[in-house]
Design a protein around this ligand. Structure first.
Ligand code: SF4
Length: 186
């Protein structure tokens, strides 16, 4: 009898113990995480994980990057993910999924959501489009329903903190010089 390997995907459960909750932090929890992350960068504890929202803000402010789509990596000109059969996808997270380019582009475009289209932070905002398509990220669902997006408030808070921090030029230099140690490549 042969042994087969099965991957089970897209399973949703009512069981709270099995629910994906790591991306469901409240505004206050995210703010506290941003505060902790400032300390982590200032102390150069680069083995620690920092708030993705602080990461996005510092990438944009320090390197003057502007993120055009929620995920620029899945634009055809930027990369591809080939599965074991040789089939080409725009991200490994799309392997085995029947998604058209049009669907992916719609979910990846900030212009598809009024709140994002007019957002002053859209150049620094990155989101995982595969998560968005999978639908388990409420942050974007909140944004779509035009309630205030928590990320906007958090970006504002980060900028306020940087302005305060800049009163001490040594701390500001420390933030800018240490941050490259936290850059991760997927
Ligand atoms: S509204 Fe929120 S999700 Fe949309 S671009 Fe702005 S910060 Fe990002």
């Amino acid at each position: 009898m042969g042994l087969k390997k099965y991957d089970i995907v897209d399973v949703f459960s009512e069981n709270k113990l099995l629910a994906l909750t790591y991306q469901e932090k409240s505004y206050e929890e995210n703010k506290a995480f941003v505060d902790d992350s400032f300390d982590i960068v200032l102390n150069n504890e680069y083995k620690q994980y920092i708030s993705p929202i602080l990461y996005e803000a510092l990438m944009s402010l320090i390197f003057k990057t502007s993120i055009k789509h929620f995920c620029d990596d899945i634009m055809p000109e930027n990369g591809m993910a080939i599965d074991v059969t040789g089939k080409n996808y725009r991200c490994f997270r799309f392997w085995g999924k029947d998604l058209t380019d049009k669907e992916i582009d719609f979910h990846n475009a900030k212009e598809s959501i009024d709140l994002c289209k007019n957002c002053e932070f859209k150049g620094m905002c990155m989101e995982c489009t595969a998560n968005k398509i999978d639908g388990y990220k409420t942050k974007l669902r909140t944004a779509i329903s035009s309630i205030i997006c928590d990320k906007q408030k958090l970006f504002e808070y980060i900028i306020e903190r940087i302005v305060l921090l800049s009163k001490d030029q040594n701390k500001l230099k420390c933030l800018v010089n240490n941050f490259p140690n936290f850059i991760q490549y997927a």
